[in-house]
Write a protein that binds this ligand. Structure first.
Ligand SMILES: C[S@@+](CC[C@H](N)C(=O)[O-])C[C@H]1O[C@@H](n2cnc3c(N)ncnc32)[C@H](O)[C@@H]1O
Length: 318
């Protein structure tokens, strides 16, 4: 969990398991095409707000296998003719699955950034994947913790030799927290590549640093102590919105995923799905089944105890 176990190339803790929930839970784009359809509405709204620029870039950061891209393109957004869809994904295997219609990269390049991007940088379940460092208050100050091998051969947390003044990042009452430097660095970078537009972060998150928890998952279950069972579980963390805001500035809006999807028209899409299914159920073709599937997808995407309870934080630039 400490930076000592952070894998420079792959961005996860190579020693103690993977950060993130890969394999153990599905993400919103993987629920079905409805999520991408609503994202298409959201980027159309931003394109309109920016005055319908001729070139409008969507950077899908940590794009996985490109499922969101397929959903957005299938929805045929109004901004489609102006849309430059850039998927940034570090994994070669995932990039190999990206649709041909998009620009697929392992990192943002100066060519893509040019004189600055007009558009949207979106990260769905990226920030919880990034490296973090647990902190514990000790002797009045917050101290970084490192993972080391204890005398019994198991992993244990020890006070890091690296001392940092972390007090400006956290309230004095915070007894333990999680330093999310990679996430804040990513967010500052995302803001800096935009000349006009917005950064949209979608993730499981907490509004207060003191509420943030390190989570472990294995086989669809919470998996207890992150230091036990080396390599058998995914290690992840709630995104600390208070910390992000202290570093990069206040978000313009933070909503639940359910509220954000509602504001971009999920209800109308589900209603249309219901109507089309009622009209075409007797045919039962693929298109009718896709419309019916919106009802099931919406249930998963809006579930307050699941994906609907995720946070959508937006920072407007320019
Ligand atoms: C949990 S998956 C989410 C995938 C996709 N956004 C979705 O919602 O289905 C996180 C993805 O971020 C990628 N990733 C993690 N760190 C990254 C980085 N620094 N640069 C690019 N991709 C990264 C991982 O390889 C993984 O595919």
């Amino acid at each position: 969990m400490s930076l000592a176990l952070y894998h420079e190339e792959h961005g996860f803790y190579s020693g103690a398991g993977q950060a993130g929930r890969r394999g153990d839970f599905i993400t919103s784009p993987e629920v079905g095409p409805l999520f991408g359809h609503v994202v298409a509405h959201a980027i159309d709204a931003e394109w309109a707000r920016l005055g319908r620029p001729e070139v409008f870039t969507l950077i899908d950061y940590g794009a996985g296998p490109g499922t969101l891209a397929r959903g957005v393109l299938a929805a045929e957004p109004e901004c489609g003719y102006a849309l430059r869809y850039v998927a940034v994904e570090q994994s070669v295997e995932q990039r190999a699955q990206h649709p041909e219609a998009i620009l697929s990269l392992d990192a943002l390049t100066p060519e893509v950034i040019g004189d600055g991007i007009v558009g949207v940088v979106l990260a769905n379940e990226l920030l919880d994947n990034l490296a973090f460092t647990p902190l514990q208050r000790d002797g009045g100050a917050l101290r970084m913790l490192d993972v080391t091998v204890g005398p019994d051969g198991g992993l244990t947390l020890v006070r890091s030799a690296t001392a940092r003044d972390l007090e400006q990042l956290f309230d004095p009452a915070v007894e333990s927290a999680v330093l999310q430097e990679d996430a804040t660095t990513w967010l500052a970078g995302a803001q800096s590549v935009l000349t006009r537009g917005r950064v949209i972060v979608i993730d499981y998150a907490r509004r207060r640093s003191a509420e943030v928890e390190i989570r472990t998952y294995a086989e669809h279950e919470q998996a207890g102590d992150p230091l036990a069972g080396l390599g058998t579980k995914d290690i992840t963390v709630d995104v600390d919105l208070e910390q992000l805001e202290r570093v990069v500035g206040p978000a313009d809006e933070i909503r639940s995923q359910a509220a954000w999807l509602a504001s971009h028209g999920i209800d109308a899409l589900v209603e249309e799905g219901r109507r089309m299914w009622d009209q075409n159920a007797s045919v039962g073709d693929l298109s009718a089944l896709r419309f019916r599937s919106r009802i099931r997808e919406a249930d998963a995407l809006l579930d307050p105890a699941g994906l609907g309870g995720f946070s959508v934080a937006e920072w407007v630039v320019g």
